[in-house]
Design a protein around this ligand. Sequence first.
Ligand code: ACM
Length: 545
Amino acid sequence: MELIPAPRAIEGPARTTVPLDRDTTLWAGPGTERTERWLRATLGAALALPLRPGPPEARNAVRLLLDDTLEPEAYRLDAVDGRGVEIRGGGPAGVFWGAQTLRQLLGPDAFRRAPVRPDTGLGVPDLVIADAPRFRWRGLLLDVARHFMPKEGVLRYLDLMAAHKLNVLHLHLTDDQGWRIEIKRYPRLTETASWRARTKIGHRASPLWDEKPHGGHYTQDDLREIVAYAAERHISVVPEIDVPGHSQAAIAAYPELGNADVVDTAALSVWDTWGISANVLAPTDTTLRFYEGVFEEVLELFPADAAEFSPFVHVGGDECRKEQWTESVTAKTRIADLGLTDEDGLQSWFIGHFDTWLAARGRRLIGWDEILEGGLAPGAAVSSWRGYGGGAAAARAGHDVVMCPEQYVYLDHRQAPGEDEPVPIGFVRTLEDVYRFEPVPAGLTAEEARRVLGTQANVWTEVMEDSARVDYQTFPRLAAFAEVAWSPLPGPADRDFAGFERRMTAHYRRLDALGVAYRPPTGPRPWQKRPGVLGRPIEGPPPNR
Ligand code: ACM
């Protein structure tokens, strides 16, 4: 059956085929309208299937219905000769994931946007699939700050996520190198902060520059469209506005946000190289009020009821350098006024402020694992990126956790050893390494393990200048990640990677039809290499859980 991610259980296939043809009708029960629209728009276009409305009892039909005996995202797909295809979902999302499985059963042409050959008896094998995800949060982070991904690219990634049953898009919208979200009350965030004059090519130690300006941002309507497009696919979009570090672009636009008593913030520009900027937000009321204004618009653009995890707002909180706070009289005064012991306390004061602010508006804060330092309000959740430790600590302290340890699921890291990988950075993390990634930290009790909402792969784009580079780093590893997030796999050592690779043979044909510029198993194609561009390899095996 060559399905990816692998379903929980398949009975069959039998020898017969259930036809899907121009006469196949579509019946969509209450609550399944989004999948109905998606089937007509996507499968209908790819395979020239009209999928006209028809009665539930039609013999050549696709039937969609809810079945509350199933878990919300679970589905059951019955393809029975003489009765057509029936997809039951525990909730609307379950029906949608079942439709993704149906698409895979129909072969690679189902992944195109228009028919490429006359209908030669398309069909689904006679079978029954019972399926449900292992984790509720199956995420992908796109860093659209370091290199902007135009809106069309984000919509395309939402389609790629849906095809892999992934359901959370974490959009990293702000960083030192660019601000990508229109905020009406602060126009300079897009006029000034959304572009840089030039860009470092390769790792920051590389001598190369791309001397052309780089930039772009999403208008508020672009973001409403992205959120709505995602919701149609049962995907939550979690926006990230990074505070108090990773903020040089915002400071370049509004110098009063920076530590102006230490550096000439009016002279700053959007950062053109990589690393962690020392230019962090000043711990002042001005800064808090400014960002409350930003978050007010963010909450309106990313409504809490759009999809399952839409109440979450990511506030970053990672890698906040403290040198400027150590020197700043303003910061010292704040530390004294708040009765804090040091600069680290300022970091948790910042995060605590927005935690309270978001909670008062019915929303939930999520941040990188540094936000654990200094204590965290009960409703806040943690993205565990510096390994397993932060996630384990957060779960033990009763916080919800999303596991995205950099040693396994940072897809900017090179995927093979050797000189051929384009701009090789980080650890070698092969397709097999990702396949053997276990999200749940070892040593948790069953109750603590339930705090692990799920897992996420992160695509940081310092060395990915366009969507072809993003595709290369992301695929095929995202397919292995999707199986880790969805399928009930055994422990890492017992996973059948050879079997996964066999199924990948079929999956590469699907990715080809989708136009994904993945890394071929044999290595990069000539134009996928970046000879002479300096990376920064890190040696060593992934740490144990
Ligand atoms: C991170 O990679 N700094 C979250």
